[in-house]
Design a protein around this ligand. Structure first.
Ligand code: BG6
Length: 494
């Protein structure tokens, strides 16, 4: 109960209108990679590689020859799961109906840029692509589900990779601006919540998510220079997206999207504490620019130490300063432990780097589960920005077992979600302004990192394996009913 006369009154639970729901990305669910006039996108050329043949860490990037071979049909690979997704392109009505049955208030999805501009650099959009998303948004509206739309979820048109080396080329700003203006204009009556670049900080792990082919660079080229130059172009494009949103849909809101990494020091040794601080600052860099409208000082030091010099044009500083975001969204899967000893740090879980935390459990994919870290991350963000926060990804990738009667008892998933939502609620009680929670993968989908189907996140099971075998039939797991109860009670029944 809140007493308005009392200085220490605190919220007791989630606010009315809290945006409960789930999140997906076009390249992981749609399939139909060559239908409706769609052009190839960067993930359409990333093959499935079985676990024992995969390299450690995050290495999605095919070479230019491999890309050519895929385009010419001479690749040795035949299994490209993101081309088929879960066939949502043909089944969106069924999927959205299931989301509605769970009571979703919000569905986060992305628009595939190459459905709208198949090559990325043409001047006229593809009407069939635009129409597809009209249908999807109309279907959401039918059930009162608010779409939250990501403009770029690792889905750059392949042509822009091949011809321009992705975001390294400044002309991408012009192409992206054309694309976002087209989307805003077309969907102005249907979409009020937008995100610019999904996990914009992933570029630091692999510039290929921004279409930059780092494997083709000469050996004397500084990869960091290339990466941060491409990122600068994305920052300008993101700021321009804000600018045009204000003009075209003045009552809409746009947010940034960060892969949140909370770093703990391994010990209280001041060197470890400093290592953690540096890692946390590095994570904040990507959101600071978009919230505060300028590059923070600590990153200028990092650039100087790493021989990075960002080439900017007259007016760039003003663009960044004038068009900042309305809210901060982020994915949260795990936390990391930082050490001052570089020899002890290894790649971990969700493209992170550090040492294992002995206090936490680990998922089947080595991601360390840390619900309390979510409360800390929310409080830190709030203290830094005082902007509304939106958790737009959080979930557990796990193996599911289908029983003889078709049921799936995924109590491990319920336990994971429950503990995270409990901590999110604690943060709300701490006074953090959280506007919504769209868990990742309400329906099983193709993994971004490994292209597996067997890494399942969903409340809804999809009958398909890593090789595309299966009926694609959808069925409800135990967690489906549990999440329905969570939404119905606005987070009171967990
Ligand atoms: C985030 C991405 O990194 O994590 C999603 O935004 C992705 O696209 C999610 O699917 C989970 O990662 P993965 O590799 O398990 O699919």
């Amino acid at each position: 109960m809140t007493n308005n006369n009392c200085v220490n009154c605190v919220p007791t639970g989630f606010p009315e209108g809290f945006l409960w729901g789930g999140a997906t990305a076009a390249n992981q669910v749609e399939g139909a990679y060559d239908e409706g006039g769609k052009g190839l996108s960067v993930f359409d050329v990333v093959p499935f590689v079985p676990k024992d043949e995969r390299s450690e860490g995050f290495d999605l990037e095919p070479t230019a020859e491999e890309i050519d071979a895929v385009i010419n049909g001479t690749s040795k690979h035949t299994n490209f799961p993101k081309r088929r997704g879960i066939d949502q392109y043909h089944r969106y009505k069924e999927d959205i109906k299931l989301f509605a049955e769970m009571g979703f208030k919000c569905y986060r999805l992305s628009i595939s840029w190459s459905r709208i501009f198949p090559n990325g650099d043409e001047t006229e959009p593809n009407e069939a692509g635009l129409k597809y998303y009209d249908n999807v948004f109309d279907e959401c509206k039918k059930y009162g589900i608010e779409p939250l739309v990501t403009l770029s979820h690792f889905e750059i048109p392949l042509n822009l990779v091949v011809k321009y080396n992705g975001w390294l080329d400044r002309r991408l700003i012009e192409f992206f601006t054309r694309y976002v203006k087209t989307c805003f204009t077309r969907y102005k009556d249907k979409v009020k919540y937008w995100l610019n670049f999904n996990e914009i900080n992933m570029i630091a792990m692999s510039a290929f998510v921004a279409g930059v082919k780092t494997k083709e660079l000469a050996s004397d080229v500084n990869v960091k220079q290339v990466t941060y130059q491409a990122l600068h172009h994305q920052f300008i494009a993101a700021a321009l997206a804000t600018k045009y949103l204000r003009k075209i849909i003045p009552d809409a809101k746009i947010g940034l999207m960060l892969a949140r990494s909370l770093n703990y020091p391994e010990t209280c040794n001041p060197d470890d504490v400093r290592a953690a601080q540096e890692a946390n600052e590095f994570n904040y860099f990507f959101s600071d620019v978009q919230v505060q409208g300028k590059y923070p000082n600590f990153i200028k030091r990092f650039f100087a130490d790493n021989g990075v010099c960002i080439e900017k044009q007259v007016g760039d500083d003003e663009i960044l300063a004038e068009h900042t975001v309305d809210f901060v969204s982020f994915s949260y899967y795990m936390t990391t432990v930082a050490t001052a000893d570089p020899k002890r740090a290894t790649p971990l879980g969700n493209f992170a780097f550090g040492v294992m935390n002995p206090y936490l459990e680990t998922s089947d994919w080595g991601w360390q589960v840390d619900p309390v870290g979510l409360r800390t991350a929310l409080n830190d963000f709030w203290d830094r920005y005082h902007l509304p926060l939106f958790i737009v990804e959080n979930g557990l990738g796990a193996y599911d077992k289908v029983e003889a009667d078709g049921s799936i008892h995924d109590d491990y998933r319920i336990d994971y979600m429950r503990r995270h939502i409990e901590q999110m609620k604690e943060a709300v009680k701490d006074g953090v302004d959280v506007m919504g929670y769209t868990m990742w993968g309400p329906i099983d989908l193709v993994s971004a990192g490994t292209s597996e189907m067997s890494k399942r996140y969903g409340f809804i099971y999809v009958d398909q394996d890593d090789y595309g075998n299966g009926t694609l039939a959808r069925s409800r797991k135990d967690s489906f009913w549990w999440y329905k109860g969570v939404i119905e009670s606005n987070g009171e029944v967990l």
